[in-house]
Design a protein. Structure first.
Lengths: 111, 114
């Protein structure tokens, strides 16, 4: 799997949008961009994934650049409960393929 | 919403003892996984399992580890002779239905070896 690069930490104000960047310059054509988060020591929680089109669900939006070398996860209205480590992972969308976690971005939402 | 459930949530064991961690994957998922996370470190892949056999395993998954699907609902991780360095959070996960391939994780089992 291609590697990703994320800032180690960032702060965000409660109620504001949080924009989390991720670089994946060596991504292959058949690799999807996945985002997970881990709140405290809980199990990783799936947020969203996409191939090349922008995606939105009830949790977040995913913006993927046209060249697919980077992406941004947007939490539209951050709450204190969004404080977590956020992982950007690229993965071939094939049955049984594992996820390989990096260090992620530690996001602290402040009141 | 369907979820992966794990038991126990926390287990303390003596070094050298056998431990079995249990998981109930999401119904109708076909791929099952174990990951672990040592305190303060990354989430690490251990093993994936499909059709009653291991499909992939990492270097961490040595002979002291084994996995089993003893019945139609449970998926277990056994550590034969625990070591201090096995102390970690162990996450079970499952994936793959005809409608998607996203991996979903349980809340974890915290293993402390003393």
């Amino acid at each position: 799997d291609a590697k990703t690069t994320q800032p180690p930490s960032m702060d965000c104000a409660e109620g504001r949008a949080a924009n989390l960047p991720c670089n994946h310059s060596t991504i292959s054509g058949n690799e999807y961009v996945y985002w997970y988060r881990q709140i405290h020591s809980q199990g990783p929680q799936y947020i969203i994934h996409g191939l090349k089109n922008n995606e939105t669900n009830e949790m977040a939006s995913l913006i993927i650049t046209e060249d697919r070398k980077s992406s941004t996860l947007i939490l539209p209205h951050a709450t204190l409960r969004d404080t977590a480590v956020y992982y950007c992972i690229v993965r071939v969308e094939a049955a049984g393929n594992k996820l390989t976690f990096g260090g992620g971005t530690r996001v602290l939402v402040k009141p | 919403e369907p979820e992966v459930t794990q038991t126990p949530s926390h287990q303390v064991t003596q070094m050298g003892q056998e431990v079995i961690l249990r998981c109930v994957p999401i119904s109708n998922h076909l791929y099952f996984y174990w990951y672990r996370q040592i305190l303060g470190q990354k989430v690490e892949f251990l093993v994936s399992f499909y059709n009653n056999e291991i499909s992939e395993k990492s270097e961490i998954f040595d002979d002291q580890f084994s996995v089993e699907r003893p019945d139609g609902s449970n998926f277990t991780l056994k550590i034969r002779s625990t070591k201090l360095e096995d102390s970690a959070m162990y996450f079970c996960a499952s994936s793959w239905t005809v409608s998607g391939n996203t991996i979903y994780f349980g809340e974890g089992s915290w293993l402390t070896v003393v």
